[in-house]
Design a protein around this ligand. Structure first.
Ligand SMILES: Cc1cc2nc3c(=O)[nH]c(=O)nc-3n(C[C@H](O)[C@H](O)[C@H](O)COP(=O)(O)OP(=O)(O)OC[C@H]3O[C@@H](n4cnc5c(N)ncnc54)[C@H](O)[C@@H]3O)c2cc1C
Length: 442
């Protein structure tokens, strides 16, 4: 079942000309449109379904610097700075609370792995530290079981996925952006080798630049432009409880569960493991790119071969722009959650927090995550197609970094000094023979 998302008003008229078209109304597209509009740049945001319909409303709601690949830490610092002022910037409730995040450690090996990450992150001077079991008990009252300690970042926090992206999109509108929902972008027209226009299902929009923030759809969109974007899909499951007393304010993950308190007093509960990977034609095409990630992550994945292989095989890889495109066939990806992993998460959270014993599950859902071979996003222009920019592949941690990524993308499009060094996010790392690798500690 799709989680309920705050509605966003659509504009009724499709402009025929603008400066920038943003493809995709998740947190990345909405934040990009917001920061462009704030700079006074004319921008149109096109979403094939509704704002935040896919990953951006289905995630846990963690906003963290902790545990990230060092390549992402400077951008995550900027993102957390923005989250703290996001209610003021948008004039709406985004749900952000600086309530801290903990990774609980069960074994000495867990502690050693967290220590190694902390060492790697030292140059960034975060407030992250390893805390003892006594301090864990103070930060997480009600925690049961035998824990060695935890990695803890008091300045990390939580946002409300069903509210934040709609708030950012409405704020973009307030600053002059046009928001078009139920408006798939079929593709791009070029002139003299650079971007000239997009063709949408509601007509053509002439523009100077296009930002692709299409989540799991970005690889398909790029394929039609003959651009190779190695990106695969992973399905993850979440449940929402009704309001309950005695649970923690801080978000935490432990053995087999992760949780985050919601504004309504309930919790989002899920698990790091049990992510479902359907074997599809792209799995074979990109096998070499993803081998290092697979070696690190296979224990947390359930590989599945079934109907999806044929389903994706039948999706055209090239299409003309004057007929309905694959983006009009699936307005909002809404996969069934994987119940066995939710049952396991429920058992684990109940063992850790007895307050969850009587928890009532109000709803559960699946969400499809867009992953890159090095688990770092692409936030970049494309050298071979001037005017085309990509912000995608956030690999399961794009909600927390989303406002920062939108700000960085807006800087790149306008040619302003980028808020952080964008080199690590360049698209060309997948085309220049760099063979980018995931961080083993993130
Ligand atoms: C279960 C789960 C838990 C997660 N937990 C966390 C977490 O706790 N913290 C965290 O930081 N991150 C988390 N994430 C990851 C985070 O949700 C994503 O990284 C982030 O939302 C990505 O945002 P996006 O805008 O790139 O993609 P999306 O939110 O998927 O948005 C892309 C949008 O583009 C639209 N689109 C695609 N193609 C077209 C087209 N041609 N025309 C028009 N529209 C198009 C789609 O309809 C979609 O709405 C989690 C994700 C999941 C699924």
């Amino acid at each position: 079942m799709a989680p309920r998302v705050d509605p966003v008003q659509s504009d009724s008229v499709t402009p025929t000309r603008t400066r920038v078209v943003v493809v995709g109304g998740g947190i990345i597209g909405a934040s990009t449109a917001f920061f462009l509009a704030r700079k006074g740049v004319p921008v149109v945001l096109c979403e094939k379904g509704y704002i935040a319909g896919e990953q951006s409303s289905r995630n846990w709601g963690w906003c963290r610097k902790m545990g990230r690949d060092p390549r992402e830490i400077p951008l995550s610092i900027e993102a957390l700075r923005l989250w703290r002022e996001l209610n003021t910037l948008t004039g709406a409730e985004t749900g952000f609370r600086q309530s801290g995040i903990l990774y609980l450690c069960k074994t000495a090996d867990d502690v050693a792995k967290r220590e190694a990450w902390l060492e790697q992150a030292r140059p960034f001077q975060l407030d992250t530290r390893l805390i003892s079991r006594d301090e864990v008990a103070r930060v997480l009252p009600g925690l049961a079981g035998d824990w060695q300690g935890a990695l803890y970042t008091p300045s990390d926090g939580r946002g409300e996925p069903q509210k934040a992206t709609p708030a950012i999109a409405e704020a973009a509108r307030h600053h002059g952006a046009t928001i078009l929902q139920q408006c798939a972008v079929r593709g791009i027209e070029t002139q003299g080798g650079r971007v000239a226009a997009v063709v949408t299902e509601r007509g053509r929009i002439t523009c100077d630049s296009v930002v692709l923030a299409g989540g799991v759809w970005s690889r398909l969109f790029c394929g039609n432009l003959d651009l190779r974007l190695p990106q695969l899909k992973v399905m993850s499951s979440v449940m929402r409880t009704e309001a309950l007393d005695g649970g923690p304010e801080a978000s935490c993950s432990g053995f087999g569960f992760g949780l985050r308190k919601r504004l309504d007093g309930g919790y989002n509960v899920a698990s790091w493991s049990g992510n479902v990977v359907d074997i599809v034609p792209d799995t074979l095409r990109f096998f070499g790119d993803f081998l290092p990630a697979l070696r690190l992550q296979w224990r947390q994945m359930r590989l599945r071969i079934g109907g999806k292989f044929l389903e994706e095989w039948r999706v055209p890889r090239h299409w003309s722009l004057d007929a309905p495109s694959p983006f009009e066939r699936v307005r909002t990806l809404d996969p069934e959650p994987y119940e066995p992993i939710l049952r396991q998460a429920r058992d684990s959270v109940t063992a850790a927090f007895p307050a969850f014993r009587d928890m009532k599950v109000a709803e559960s859902w699946g969400g499809v995550i867009d992953v890159t071979p090095d688990a770092v996003p692409v936030i970049s222009g494309v050298d071979t197609l001037p005017g085309f920019f990509i912000a995608t592949g956030f690999t399961g941690h794009g909600f927390g970094i989303g406002p920062g990524a939108g700000r960085l993308m807006a800087d790149l499009v306008t040619g302003d000094t980028p808020v952080v060094d964008p080199t690590a996010f360049r698209y060309s790392r997948f085309t220049d023979g760099s063979r980018p690798q995931p961080s083993p500690l993130a």
